[in-house]
Design a protein around this ligand. Sequence first.
Ligand code: NAI
Ligand code: COI
Ligand code: MG
Length: 370
Amino acid sequence: MASNKSLLILPGDGIGPEAMGEVRRIVNWMEDNRAVSFDIDEDLVGGSSIDAHGIPVTDEVVEKAMNVDAVLLGAVGGPKWDNLDFSIKPERGLLRLRKDLELFANLRPAVCFDALVDASSLKPELVSGLDIMIVRELTGGVYFGEPRGIEDLGNGIRRGVNTQVYTTPEIQRVARVAFELAKKRDNRVCSSEKANVMESGVLWREEVQKIHDTEFPEVELSHMYADAAAMELVRKPKQFDVIVTDNLFGDILSDCAAMLTGSLGMLPSASLGDVDDSGRRKALYEPVHGSAPDISGKNIANPIATILSYAMALRYSFDMGTEADLVETAVQKVLASGIRTGDIMSAGMTQVSTTEMGNAIIRELDKANG
Ligand SMILES: NC(=O)C1=CN([C@@H]2O[C@H](COP(=O)(O)OP(=O)(O)OC[C@H]3O[C@@H](n4cnc5c(N)ncnc54)[C@H](O)[C@@H]3O)[C@@H](O)[C@H]2O)C=CC1
Ligand SMILES: CC(C)CC(=O)C(=O)O
Ligand SMILES: [Mg+2]
């Protein structure tokens, strides 16, 4: 069927291609059963691109990513490429995509499915009903700031340097995304930084407060130091609705939030740019987890984070809320039926492989579709 909706799939490394294989099957299911058709292209990123081209992402792939409606990415990295120069490590491929596409807002929803309350590392009453949205700034901060590098100071002494840097527009635009999201949720934003010790944190706090006071006074705003936020996430996570924070703290706080939901294998994400004049918004969808070299090649990884990232693409890039709901409900039903990959396994449940988890989700989609 002809379609003008385009999707670039970049499976990447390690468990990325394994989880993405299950997404491909759901994409095919959508085409066969819901007439949801995309022009799909697939290419290399990360270590797989280094092996083929010597660099973690080619200009051609960046160009393709710029011109599609959405990119779906698996994960990058692995021990094979760990000792390469920083400029060509697999992770640089992903960082370049985020930067060149200006995907400044990374939405990382941490939702605890009812069936997984017992899989969380916290007590059931602390995570039951948990629904947090972490909005992580994604194109600034210490992952991109200059100067950076490792210098030789002589006498066997070296110095490693990275620079945390934010401008006011960078803070303001991600703050707006957080406030807009909060308005559709529980109307609360907690902004997190280290304003007690970092000037960039002071600027962050002032600018978020300014955007609140001038544009979103109806949203409840609080500020919390990032170390305290990490502590509060494991002490009383349900106090949070939307958390907005910088690139580094968002990376750390979202891995922490992932465990509240049962596993890093459960958390999807959407990385969004600004809406352009034609109403289009560049977007990349990827799980929060990495390439998990310790379990890759064994068909045991949990594909749900990648599958839910595809559901986010349906919702945010293609305005297909009904289809996104179908996927999310299928995942919920599979979990409720006791089917588990190893990372979310608990007593009395049925442990399955990556492929079997995909099969189970497709069976639920079939049932829902009549
Ligand atoms: N967005 C990306 O592509 C990311 C890439 N990485 C890269 O991935 C590589 C490994 O990094 P790690 O720190 O080990 O983080 P990781 O997220 O790959 O793995 C951390 C732990 O969680 C488990 N895990 C992760 N995803 C899982 C899933 N879907 N199912 C079951 N278990 C899962 C792994 O087995 C491992 O024990 C590194 O090269 C790192 O730079 C790390 C984070 C994000
Ligand atoms: C570039 C990535 C490997 C950094 C990361 O851990 C993440 O974005 O979650
Ligand atoms: Mg991370």
